[in-house]
Design a protein around this ligand. Structure first.
Ligand code: MN
Length: 727
């Protein structure tokens, strides 16, 4: 058997092994052996993870990530980036976890794969057209590493290239998403090469007929013009060679999607768009660009007014080149673009240009997204500096690359944009005021999380509400949006007014009862006169004022019942109160009845209420140590008693002296919780080597419950002394 025969019977290589060969050949051109080994190990790992999975087209699934990796190797992505590209669908589509990737490879690869997985999850949600802008911003906000976005773009590019077998409606949907989200991101990052590919493929998928017609027409036009193009190209080349100038000349083909867009926008036929012969000339330095321009103007006559110097005055996105239109042979217009290789790389690869071409020397510095983005911005600024142009583009870019906002989803897939640092409460109020007012907790990715949790871009937030929920004044400490703040304040004010109204009515009725009068019996004229005298708009306002402690109920009752309302009624001394029925409270009234923090009364305690102007009633223990002081300062006290409905867990404070030894406090805590009480807070008041005094705030249902707890604590050998705190 001859050698040539042996070759001819070699089995046709599978697509998979063809791709792997191509990948490793490409990697060999710029990576060292250990790094190549890592990438190939990723291939083996990925192939076994995706084993048994196939793409719609029938080939093994692993072909897709390998193809993605190849396109990234072609732009010289580093080994970790390539590894992540090969594994990019592993977490999403197989049993492999992020931790396992970190173990098998390294943390960086795991983070990259995780980043791509997160973007893929977002991609799978349905998006309203109007949200495209927010989705793009969300993508950029989520990608902490530039490589995540670039892997995602390469992933999308390969998916677009292999749309073939899909149903047309699905194709159209994916193509539209590509045009709405991915192409603009590539554009934003200055990556024009990938952007044009994405646009062409999307155009083809969305309008296959238009694409075919236009493509055919362009090819035909090109064919017809081939001879002229060759002639011009050769003439230009000869002229440059004659001057022995090192440069490269290429005939430039206009992008089919931009031709289409131009035709639609300007409503003109193809011939009018496709009217020029375009060439591009690359050289090594700026000086060369101008010298070539001189030679071109010398070779063909320039069309006046068509010369544009984007080197001295770059476009806002940093694009640099010299453009000129010349009159060629037979009078055909020729468009030339002259630029350096470096300028070309910048315009094709944008933000990636740094890591693609500059990072070979210092790879570590440029890996991080922020660093790269910063460098790119610096470049753009540098380019723009000479132009002294408006920096609006760069400002917008900064906003996109270093977002001050987070983007999160509602359960139905709408995106809510919030300032950085926003919490669940901000989110709830951003969706709807009612949702904010009723929220009690939330779930992110099915996990319950506290309301003060700060949001991260890309998560889906589900608010849990309760029917009688109300905003907590503590929320004001951590919300960041004005909307939430205002809504919480309004709501609290509204609740307070409602509660004050109810309490005011009860207080007034109580006082009237002592005078043997029903509120309903008082005639309206009398009420109107009193309101006028007090300068109040309505009776409700008066009741509210009473409830808030701004007006004494006894005084109002007398003014309403005595003959002359103008009579100044002096507050009676304490004895008059004894005729009154005490106001029954349950301790959980809300904002206008509060239990004093100094003595923390609980049901069963003898109590007394004090009006606190503007705030309602504060309830103290009758023998609160602050009592005398308060009474002296504030003679507007009120007889109150616990109602039968005063049930629940009330906070109260005890002080306990225990032996300062290991486990003492734990024993105390266990004893307390065994008796159905919760410890809310423990503070050390005093301690020496032997004895420790702690203040404990705990819950008790009533005096009996508390007595039981204290008795049980006293029985402990480590407890020396125990007292209840009363102010
Ligand atoms: Mn993929």
């Amino acid at each position: 058997m001859t050698a040539s025969k042996a070759e001819s019977i070699t089995p046709i290589e599978s697509l998979e092994s063809q791709l792997v060969t191509r990948l490793s050949n490409t990697l060999e051109s710029y990576l060292d052996a250990p790094h190549i080994a890592q990438c190939l190990r990723a291939y083996e790992f990925g192939a076994s993870a995706h084993k048994g999975q196939f793409r719609k087209s029938g080939e093994p699934y692993i072909c897709h990530p390998i193809a993605v990796a190849i396109s990234l190797a072609e732009i010289r992505m580093d080994a970790d980036g390539i590894t992540a590209a090969i594994l990019h669908d592993v977490v999403e589509d197989t049993q492999i976890s992020k931790q396992e990737i970190a173990m098998q490879f390294n943390d960086e690869v795991a983070e990259l794969v995780d980043g791509v997985t997160k973007l893929s999850k977002i991609e799978n949600q349905s998006h309203a057209q109007a949200q495209a802008e927010n989705v793009r911003k969300m993508f950029l906000a989520m990608a902490k590493d530039l490589r995540v976005i670039i892997v995602k773009l390469a992933d999308r590019l390969h998916n677009m290239e292999t749309l073939g077998v899909m149903q047309p409606p699905k194709k159209r949907r994916i193509a539209k998403e590509t045009l709405d989200i991915y192409a603009p991101i590539a554009n934003r990052l200055g990556m024009n090469s990938i952007r044009h590919k994405l646009e062409r493929l999307s155009f083809e998928a969305m309008y296959p007929y238009r694409y075919a017609v236009l493509n055919h027409a362009i090819k035909k036009a090109r064919g017809n013009r081939r001879k002229i193009i060759d002639t011009i190209e050769n003439t230009i080349r000869a002229r440059l060679e004659q001057a022995s100038f090192p440069c490269e000349v290429v005939g430039r083909e206009k992008n089919i999607y931009s031709i289409y867009k131009k035709m639609v926008k300007k409503k003109i036929p193809l011939a009018d768009v496709f009217d020029v012969y375009a060439f591009r000339i690359y050289c090594d330095d700026v000086d060369g660009c101008y010298r070539i321009l001189g030679m071109m103007h010398n070779l063909y006559k320039p069309v006046p007014g068509r010369f544009k110097d984007y080197i001295a005055l770059p476009k806002e996105n940093g694009y640099q080149s010299l453009h000129s239109v010349l009159i060629g042979p037979y009078g055909v217009p020729i468009e030339v673009q002259i630029r350096t290789h470096e300028m070309h790389r910048m315009s094709e690869s944008g933000i990636a240009a740094h890591w693609l071409y500059k990072s070979e020397t210092d790879t570590d510095k440029t890996r991080n997204f922020q660093a790269l983005a910063n460098e790119w911005l610096k470049d753009l600024l540098e380019i723009q500096k000479s132009a002294g142009d408006s920096l609006e583009f760069i400002d917008n870019l900064k906003v996109d690359l270093f977002p001050q906002e987070v983007f999160v989803f509602t359960p139905n897939g709408s995106i809510i944009k919030l300032p950085r640092g926003s919490t669940i409460v901000d989110f709830a109020y951003a969706v709807h005021t009612d949702l904010g007012n009723a929220c009690v907790s939330a779930r992110i990715d099915k996990q319950l999380i506290p309301l003060q949790t700060q949001l991260e871009s890309g998560v889906t937030v589900e608010i849990i509400t309760a029917e009688h929920a109300r905003p907590n004044p503590l929320w004001l400490n951590y919300v960041v949006t004005a909307r939430a703040r205002t809504a919480i304040r309004n709501r609290l004010k509204h609740i307070e007014e409602k509660e004050a109204l109810g309490l005011g009515r009860r207080l007034l009725e109580n006082e009237l009862l002592a005078l043997n009068v029903q509120l309903a019996d008082i005639d309206e004229e009398r009420i109107a006169t009193l309101l006028k005298m007090m300068g109040l708009k309505s009776f409700d306002k008066l009741l509210e004022d009473i409830g808030l402690g701004n007006k004494m109920p006894l005084l109002v009752a007398k003014q309403l019942t005595q003959a002359d309302v103008n009579t100044h009624v002096k507050l009676d001394d304490d004895s008059s109160k004894s005729q009154n029925r005490p106001l029954m409270i349950k301790g959980t009234e809300g904002m206008v009845v509060t239990l004093a923090k100094c003595c923390r009364p609980i049901p069963g305690d003898a109590i007394i209420g004090f009006f606190n102007p503007g705030k309602g009633i504060v309830v103290h223990q009758h023998d609160c140590h602050n009592h005398a002081l308060i009474k002296k300062k504030n003679n507007s006290w009120l007889d109150v008693a616990w109602g039968d409905d005063a049930k629940g867990d009330f906070q109260t404070e005890i002080r306990i002296q225990i032996l300062n030894q290991r486990g003492s406090l734990a024993t105390v805590a266990a004893t307390i919780s065994n008796l159905d009480s919760n410890i809310e807070n423990v503070t050390v008041v005093d301690q020496d080597a032997r004895i420790c005094t702690d203040s404990i705030i705990l819950t008790a249902q009533n005096r009996v419950h508390l007595a039981q707890i204290m008795r049980r604590l006293k029985e402990l050998s480590i407890v020396l002394k125990i007292t209840r705190v009363k102010g």
